[in-house]
Design a binder for this molecule. Structure first.
Ligand code: FES
Ligand SMILES: [Fe+2]
Length: 433
C-alpha cells in the first residue's frame, strides 16, 4: 500500500514538473531561480571598481551621454593635475617598508608564470610543479626580456622566453644557458623574499635591503579552510598609501561619513528620510602594540544599526589589526552570523595609485548574508574613497585634542620609512621615461 502511495506521489510530482516545464517561460524562470539560489549561497561574488568609477563625482553622476564624454575628458585632465594638488611637497615616501600582497593565490595555478608591476619594481611570479611560489626580478640579465610574459616553468626554474636561459626559483642564479659551453658563474637575477599565506602571495619590500623583521600572521580559519571564501572587492584609489590606514585612527570621520544609512549617497546624506529612520553607529578605539609587535596597531570598533534611531537592531564587534603598512586583518563577531574574517591588502601600483582588495570568509551557509555584507562594506568604503581621491596631503594638519589618535598613528606609521626610502619625486621620476 505504501508502495502504491509512493508511486502515485511520484506520478503527481512528474505530472506537476511536466506541466511546469511544458511552458518555456516557466522553464526559464525555474532554471533562473535555481541558478540564483545556487549563486547566492555558493558562488563567491566579485565587486570590482576601476580608478575612474568611484569618487570622481562628475563622471559618476552624469547621465547625459555627451556630458559623460566631457567628464571623462575632464577626468583625464585631472589625472595629470592630481599629483600637483595632492600635496606633493609634503608627501612621505610612497613605498614604506613591509610585506605587500602582489597577487591572490587563486590567480596563479601550478606551472604558471605572471608579470606584476608595483612598488616601482617589476616581478616575475611563478609556481613550480610542486606548488612552490617564487618571485624574481622580471627582466632577464642577458638582453632584458620580460620573463613574466611567455617565460616557462621548468621544474623549479624559470626559463626566459628570448634565448632560454634558465634561473633557479630558490635563489635567482642562472642554472643553464642552452647554447653555451661555459658555466654561467655569477649570473643571477634578484630573488625576492616571498610568502604564500592567507590565500595571498606577499613579498618583503625594504629600502635598505634588510631581511624581514617580522612575519605575517597565519590566520588558521582562512588557511585551514575552516571558513569558506564568499567573495572579494577590489578598488583603485588615487592617494598616498598612508592615507588609507590613517582612516582607522581618524575617529571623528566615523559618525560624519559612515553614520547615514548605506542606501543613501554621500552627498545630502543627512536629508534623506531613510537616514532619520536607520542609522549606523560606531564606537572606536585605536591603539598600538608593544615589542615585539610594534608593527601592529589595533582598531576596536563596535558597529550597531539603530532604528528610529533608538532601537539597536544589530550589533557587530570588529577588531581590525593593522599589520605593517599594507595588511589588515578584520575579525568580526556577531550573534547573527558568528565569525567572519576579512583580509584587506593595499598595494601601491604607482606612487599615488593604490590597489585595495578585501576578501571575505565566513561559515558555509552564510552566503546570502555575507553578500549583503560585501555590498555594505563596499558602499561604506566607497565613501572613504570619495575623500581620498579628492583630498590633498597635510604633513602638519591642524588637529584638536579629540584627533590625538591621528597624531599617534603618524608616529607609529613613521617606523616604516627609513633613511633610503625613496621620496615621491625620486619614485615618480622612475616612471617618466
Ligand atoms: S634575454 Fe633572456 S635569455 Fe636572452
Ligand atoms: Fe572610513
Amino acid at each position: 500500500m505504501y508502495f502504491h502511495i509512493f508511486i502515485s506521489n511520484c506520478n503527481h510530482l512528474a505530472d506537476i514538473l511536466l506541466l511546469l516545464f511544458s511552458d518555456l517561460r516557466v522553464t526559464v524562470l525555474i532554471i533562473s531561480a535555481i541558478l540564483g539560489v545556487y549563486w547566492i549561497f555558493y558562488v563567491p561574488c566579485n565587486w570590482t571598481k576601476s580608478l575612474q568609477s568611484v569618487g570622481y563625482m562628475p563622471a559618476v553622476n552624469s547621465i547625459n551621454f555627451w556630458k559623460r564624454i566631457n567628464s571623462c575628458k575632464q577626468h583625464s585632465i585631472n589625472g595629470f593635475r592630481r599629483p600637483r594638488l595632492i600635496g606633493i611637497t609634503e608627501l612621505p615616501p610612497p613605498y614604506p617598508n613591509g610585506w605587500y600582497c602582489i597577487l591572490e593565490s587563486s590567480s596563479l595555478i601550478a606551472k604558471n608564470v605572471t608579470y606584476v608591476s608595483c612598488l616601482g619594481e617589476h616581478f616575475v611570479v611563478f609556481r613550480t610543479f610542486d606548488g612552490q611560489v617564487n618571485v624574481l626580478d622580471a627582466y632577464c640579465p642577458h638582453l632584458g626580456a620580460n620573463m613574466g610574459l611567455n617565460g616557462q616553468v621548468k621544474g623549479d626554474n624559470i626559463e626566459c622566453p628570448f634565448h632560454q636561459w634558465s634561473f633557479r626559483g630558490s635563489d635567482g642564479t642562472c642554472a643553464n644557458i642552452p647554447y653555451s659551453h661555459t658555466e654561467p658563474k655569477g649570473i643571477k637575477v634578484r630573488k625576492w623574499i616571498c610568502r604564500e599565506i592567507n590565500d595571498g602571495i606577499f613579498i618583503w619590500y625594504h629600502s635598505e635591503n634588510e631581511k624581514n623583521h617580522w612575519e605575517l600572521p597565519f590566520i588558521s580559519a582562512v588557511d585551514n579552510k575552516e571558513l569558506v571564501f564568499h567573495g572579494r572587492n577590489e578598488f583603485y584609489i588615487n592617494c598616498h598609501i598612508q592615507e588609507i590606514p590613517e582612516n582607522g585612527a581618524d575617529l571623528a570621520h566615523f559618525p560624519s561619513i559612515h553614520k547615514a544609512f548605506l542606501l543613501t549617497g554621500l552627498e545630502k546624506r543627512g536629508e534623506h528620510l531613510i537616514s532619520r529612520i536607520v542609522q549606523h553607529h560606531w564606537e572606536a578605539i585605536w591603539s598600538t602594540s608593544v615589542s615585539p609587535k610594534t608593527h601592529v596597531a589595533t582598531l576596536d570598533l563596535k558597529h550597531s544599526i539603530h532604528l528610529f534611531p533608538k532601537f539597536n537592531i544589530l550589533e557587530v564587534n570588529v577588531q581590525a589589526k593593522q599589520i605593517g603598512p599594507s595588511f589588515v586583518h578584520l575579525h568580526l563577531k556577531s550573534s547573527l552570523f558568528g565569525q567572519i574574517e576579512i583580509l584587506q591588502t593595499i598595494t601601491p601600483v604607482e606612487p599615488l595609485i593604490q590597489k585595495v582588495v578585501h576578501r571575505f570568509y565566513a561559515q558555509k551557509f552564510f552566503g546570502p548574508l555575507i553578500k549583503l555584507m560585501i555590498f555594505a562594506e563596499s558602499v561604506m568604503f566607497e565613501r572613504d574613497i570619495v575623500m581620498w581621491n579628492n583630498k590633498t596631503y597635510r604633513s602638519k594638519p591642524q588637529l584638536v585634542k579629540e584627533d590625538a589618535a591621528i597624531k599617534n598613528f603618524r608616529n607609529w606609521f613613521s617606523q616604516f620609512y627609513t633613511e633610503n626610502s625613496k621620496s615621491f619625486l625620486e619614485s615618480r621620476s622612475a616612471l617618466d621615461w
